[in-house]
Design a protein around this ligand. Structure first.
Ligand code: FMN
Length: 246
């Protein structure tokens, strides 16, 4: 999978090694620099780059609240079909999509059952993404998780994924609010549909996504007009013909 909305790099350090006793060995990553803020606590589908190989896997970021001594925030990845010792090696992790929030389970038995389901879900999503999804749709998988981020994380996500700065983001957010979209999740969903739509057009025209010279409000009006005018359900907006010019 090519598309990712966050990248994490760091060295593999020793964890408590409970992972291997419950059947899911994980590599704990000492992340470099200021990458912490990028992700909400939870489980994600990832690709892990290790020296010259890459592997699919699953990431948990959080404090592991099921255990009696929840740790400091940590990042750990479980690599699929992989059993080498990689302590001390440097990993780069591409985060593709959100699976679920981290939870406190009543016992380790429930945690294990959930992790098995998470792994199946990630494998299935990755399999289907490889052959069937277009860039726009794969982007929408990442977006589906991002709408649950905190305000700060969501704005950061828009910047990383779509290159939209906070000023532009605020204008777009207010614009949708004024259109009567007062529920935050609904508004974020529409904002991301607008970004995906605008960026698929930009890609088609060989350009970078940019909104200059009053083009932003014009673009929003056209986007809104097309969806409303065509009587589309908003979930169908990604399939609009690419005829929007800002
Ligand atoms: C895919 C995945 C999902 C996880 N989800 C949770 C969770 O929801 N709650 C939790 O307390 N721990 C969760 N964990 C963390 C496990 O508790 C952790 O892997 C275990 O404590 C082993 O850590 P250690 O190898 O550093 O000792 C998850 C781990 C993985 C790999």
């Amino acid at each position: 999978m090519k598309e990712c909305f966050a990248t994490i790099t760091g060295e593999v350090i020793k964890g408590r090694q409970i992972g291997r006793t419950i059947g899911f060995p994980t590599a704990n990553i000492a992340v470099e620099g200021d990458q912490q803020q990028m992700l909400a606590n939870g489980v994600y589908g990832v690709t892990v780059f290790l020296e010259d190989s890459s592997h699919r896997g699953i990431l948990n970021k959080g404090i592991r609240p099921t255990f009696r001594d929840p740790s400091m925030e940590c990042y750990e990845v479980h690599l699929f079909d992989f059993s080498q010792d990689i302590y001390g090696k440097k990993l780069t992790v591409h985060v593709h999509f959100f699976v679920r929030a981290e939870m406190k389970f009543p016992s380790v038995k429930y945690l294990i059952r959930q992790i098995k389901q998470d792994i199946l879900a990630v494998r299935e999503q990755m399999e289907s993404a490889v052959g069937q999804l277009s860039n726009v749709e794969t982007g929408s998988l990442c977006d589906a998780g991002a709408i649950h981020f905190t305000d700060l994380q969501f704005v950061k996500y828009c910047e990383v994924q779509y290159g939209v700065n906070r000023g532009v983001y605020n204008t777009i957010d207010s614009w949708f609010y004024d259109k009567g979209i007062h529920h935050v999740l609904e508004r974020r969903t529409k904002i991301l549909q607008f970004f995906r739509y605008a960026s698929s057009l930009a890609v088609k025209n060989g350009e970078k996504l940019s909104f200059g010279n009053g083009g932003l409000v014009l673009g929003l009006n056209k986007f809104w007009g097309q969806a409303e005018g065509n009587g589309l359900k908003w979930e169908e907006v990604d399939r609009l013909p690419n005829s929007l010019h800002f």
